[in-house]
Ligand binder design. Sequence first.
Ligand code: PLP
Length: 211
Amino acid sequence: MNLETYKSIRSNLNGTCLVAVSKKHSVEKIIALYNEGHRDFGENFIQELVEKRKQLPKDINWHFLGNIQTNKIKLIAQYSSLIQSVGRTKVYNHLLKTGLEKEINILLQLKLGHEDTKSGLTEKEIINIIEQHPEDSNVKVCGLMGITENNISETERAVQFDQCNNLYNRIRVMNKNIEILSLGMSNDWEDAVKHGSTMIRIGTKIFGKRK
Ligand SMILES: *Cc1c(COP(=O)(O)O)cnc(C)c1O
């Protein structure tokens, strides 16, 4: 756990929202950050999120960042303030039909790079969703999330950041709820912010290595 790093990142944010990614880290570490005034935390596993939520103050905003199994969608929607990892049309369609009354805030995850294993929606799928999204739905599409590939050059990474930023600017004029571009993790957040990120997601740099 590195509170000094946390404070230094926070003082350099210039309005960018910081999500502290607490997956596989203890409730004690979360409390330490909470006591510094931090309220946005990110988790990848719904069971872990539910367990932590029970033990922690109610005014924490929980961001869901992990893979979404269809049979867990309702639970994820119930317990998350923002679901950032909507990366399949099927998941989006399920979210429209949860039957929950609460507002469900989501980001659409853009697929970056060419590996088949990379999850995410194509640009075309994202445009289709935005065009057809029902205005009266309790699901609010708040923006885009991107995870750049590992082990790519700075130039390639800049291309991927720009790809996200360009699409973000395109969909922003189509839907007034869109105001979040979630880009940047421990290793690349400074560049991400230069490329227009409005929300960064940092785990390792703040909490240390995950077990
Ligand atoms: C784990 C995770 C992070 C945090 O990664 P670090 O490299 O530890 O900062 C950010 N975003 C997503 C989607 C993640 O799964």
